[in-house]
Design a protein around this ligand. Structure first.
Ligand code: OGA
Ligand code: MN
Length: 208
């Protein structure tokens, strides 16, 4: 993973994510993905849905696994880390660039990652939670990337980020935007999406 990774072209965006995380608990970058890649990933997500490959997400893992739409209503499909698809490759190359940059500049010790497509049908949500499991502390950083064209405030579906000083930040899931925070520290919640479905890619940088 460490071979032939160029981070220079992305340094400003990576710095925005990392600096935001250090200064206020979360970072975000608009245009983390270019329009063609965002559109390509959106098409793949919609195709996965059509082909029945998006499955209801659970929470917890293995024996703890439960499905409860009162907690979480999204449908997901995991992305293969060795995907050869050009849009997924572009996404994963950038994620690997971020991992490399974090390891170099913050000694983060990240050695794995996992990402999935997520689709929230209208009126579904994900209640306030932390991303790190009690039974498995591998998830260190959370990264969410949005795929929704022309998302309006009236469409709801905002991400609430609950900060340690009790303030709450609200983030709209607009196409190309990425949000970054620590998986074991930052509680967050996905508000119900109204009138339309909400498309994203969510994932974790891990150290095992
Ligand atoms: C998650 C999550 C946030 C979002 O999938 O764990 O919190 O804005 N997603 O989609
Ligand atoms: Mn989460």
């Amino acid at each position: 993973m460490e071979n032939s990774i160029k981070t220079g072209q992305w340094q400003d965006e990576f710095e925005a994510l990392i600096q935001g995380l250090m200064d206020r608990g979360f970072g975000y970058a608009d245009d983390f993905l270019d329009e063609a890649t965002t559109a390509g990933l959106r098409r793949i997500l919609l195709k996965n849905k059509k082909e029945g490959k998006m499955l209801p997400a659970g929470f917890g893992r293995k024996l703890d696994f439960q499905q409860n739409t009162l907690v979480r209503g999204d449908m997901i499909k995991w992305i293969e880390n060795d995907s050869g698809n050009k849009h997924e490759r572009r996404l994963l190359d950038k994620i690997e660039g971020l991992v490399h940059y974090l390891n170099q500049t913050c000694y983060a010790g990240i050695n794995d990652y996992e990402f999935h497509y997520a689709r929230y049908e209208k009126n579904t949500f994900y209640k306030r939670h932390l991303d790190q499991f009690k039974s498995n502390k591998g998830r260190k950083y959370s990264l969410v990337i949005y795929l929704n064209e022309d998302w309006k405030p009236i469409n709801g579906g905002r991400l609430s980020i609950f900060l340690p000083d009790n303030s709450v930040e609200l983030i709209s899931p607009i196409a190309g935007r990425a949000v970054f925070f620590k998986s074991d520290e930052i509680e967050h919640e996905v508000g119900p999406s109204l009138n339309r479905c909400r498309l994203s890619i969510a994932g974790w940088l891990k150290s095992m």
